[in-house]
Design a protein around this ligand. Structure first.
Ligand SMILES: Cc1cc2nc3c(=O)[nH]c(=O)nc-3n(C[C@H](O)[C@H](O)[C@H](O)COP(=O)(O)OP(=O)(O)OC[C@H]3O[C@@H](n4cnc5c(N)ncnc54)[C@H](O)[C@@H]3O)c2cc1C
Length: 495
């Protein structure tokens, strides 16, 4: 029997870049030839939180990697099959010495996949070394030293990878089992941010050199934030950039610029990124269950027509509909608008956050580790965060004061003047004719009374915060996910 070629394998997942990459750096230290792989696993592609936009971004990132690898006579093998089948095929073709990858804080499907691959590799006595991803620590029981560890990780030297020092194995990989990927993944959609390391660095550079000047002022504005925010989220979610690269470049720029406010605010969000993923890493059941189990007592009957109107941007509340339509088309809206959408869905429409896979599918930057803790925080099911019930009309007037965003996404309201634009249900019959917008025909009447529904949710949710079970669960959550503060020393009583 012919001996199989010895190789090391780097399995790329949400780390689609070629620098500051610990698994790749490992290859440069080895004598063995190496292969790089990426697996489009149908189980993940077909999951309820998945959309073609995500996989298109991944595909574009892989093309960028391929282009860079050509220069060093290397390549990456791309598969479309379930991960176990792929590894079994590789095992039949290669004598795998080591598998290197980053730890992934993904959804339940990727977690189960990883457990299966771990078993398979263990059975074949192959070591799988998984490196810490960004500032997220596996197996952490409390947060007492986490901030310090985050800082240490971010300030450590970049894991430089000299691709010339990697010996790429040239054996043609058996692709017989490769099934074709859906066509939508290759489509050119210019409304979305393009994937890949090259674009990631461009976004970082324009943000640090210029766009950050208006970051803090525009962060919540649905139109202006599109330019003033960094827009790095998909690049971080798919690892086109490491958090350490972004952090260190920002610190460098902070030392050079006179205008620091935006960059300081930005750095705190980089920290949040890992803080939220750490929560999910430590308690991943929150993909399916209320963070605070006491909130299971609150019943929200499913209303299919509400959900349908929300997902189609036809709720009759312009700022809500504009955001949904914009998300469907471009995959992006800013933090405040996301929080407002969740608040509207969970409080005004009184629907369960578990019905919001729709949002995961729309966000180009969908990152399970941020998404689920944020959803639950905004839905008020942690019981420990300040309850925020956003008033969509107030937010529209404050953050889209000229109505430009609403007009861009709701052409039916193009002729409606301010301030009625944000509350078109107040138009009289004559005004509806004058402004070419017949309510209920051209644009829907609101599916819910904002004030009434807000009052109902406020009373119920604030009342529930005092519930004994909710408080007990809250203490447990704080112990696990928040740094414990040292007890204040009592000053000795004066005698
Ligand atoms: C319900 C809900 C779901 C969300 N889902 C995601 C998600 O799936 N993926 C995702 O990356 N962000 C998510 N966010 C957080 C936030 O809205 C986005 O990170 C941000 O809008 C991305 O735009 P930006 O890159 O221009 O952000 P910037 O303001 O430029 O911030 C820089 C980076 O910091 C991180 N960041 C910023 N704000 C937050 C935040 N509030 N929490 C955690 N990290 C943050 C992101 O990585 C972001 O790219 C969610 C927020 C809410 C309310």
């Amino acid at each position: 029997m012919a001996t199989l070629p010895k190789v090391n394998v780097v399995w790329l997942k949400r780390d689609l870049r070629l620098n500051d990459h610990a698994p790749l750096a490992e290859l440069t230290k080895s004598e063995n030839p190496s292969i790089l792989i990426y697996i489009f696993d149908p189980q993940l592609l077909n999951a309820p939180d998945s959309d073609f936009r995500h996989w298109r971004f991944v595909w574009q990132s892989l093309q960028d990697i391929k282009q860079q690898l050509i220069k060093v006579n290397g390549d990456i093998h791309i598969f479309h099959d379930d991960s176990k089948t792929v590894f079994n095929q590789l095992l039949a073709q290669f004598d795998i010495q080591n598998v290197f990858s980053y730890q992934e804080t993904g959804n339940a499907i990727s977690f189960e996949r990883d457990k299966l691959i771990k078993q398979l590799l263990q059975f074949n006595q192959i070591s799988w070394k998984e490196f810490q991803c960004n500032g997220v620590i596996r197996g952490l029981s409390n947060r007492n030293n986490w901030d310090k560890e985050w800082q240490t990780f971010m300030t450590a030297p970049i894991d430089n990878v000299d691709l010339k020092n990697i010996v790429f194995d040239k054996t043609p990989v058996n692709l017989d089992y490769q099934k074709s990927l859906p066509e939508e993944i290759f489509a050119n959609k210019s409304e979305f941010q393009p994937g890949g390391e090259t674009y990631a660095w461009r976004y970082l550079s324009t943000f640090l050199n210029q766009r950050n000047q208006t970051y803090s002022a525009h962060i919540s504005k649905p139109l202006l934030s599109r330019k003033s925010c960094s827009r790095l989220s998909p690049y971080l979610a798919y690892g086109n950039l490491s958090m350490r690269q972004v952090y260190q470049m920002t610190i460098m720029q902070l030392g050079r610029t006179g205008y620091k406010r935006g960059l300081i605010n930005f750095i705190s969000r980089l920290h949040w990124h890992c803080h939220f993923i750490q929560k999910f890493e430590s308690e991943c059941r929150i993909e399916f269950e209320n963070f605070n189990r006491a909130y299971d007592q609150i019943v929200k009957p499913r209303n299919a027509s509400f959900i349908n109107a929300f997902e189609n941007g036809t709720t009759g509340i312009p700022i809500i509909d504009a955001n949904i339509r914009c998300l469907i088309k471009t995959g992006y809206t800013n933090f405040r608008m996301r929080a407002m959408l969740v608040s509207f869905f969970c409080f005004n429409l009184w629907q369960d956050w578990r019905e919001l896979h729709f949002l995961a599918r729309q966000f180009l930057d969908y990152e399970p580790g941020i998404h689920y803790p944020q959803l639950q925080m905004q839905a008020g099911t942690t019981g420990v965060n300040t309850l925020r019930i956003y008033n969509p009309i107030k937010n529209a007037l404050e953050h889209d004061p000229e109505g430009l965003f609403v007009k861009q996404w709701i052409p039916e309201l193009a002729d409606v003047p301010l301030p009625m634009l944000h509350t078109p249900w107040q138009l009289s019959e004559t005004e509806q004719t004058l402004f070419n917008c017949k309510l209920g025909i051209d644009y829907p009447l609101p599916i819910v009374d904002i004030e009434e529904s807000q009052k109902f949710a406020t009373q119920l949710m604030w009342g529930f915060k005092k519930n004994k079970d909710a408080k007990e669960e809250g203490e447990r959550i704080l112990k696990t996910h928040v740094k414990s503060r040292p007890m204040k020393k009592k000053s000795p009583k004066k005698k």
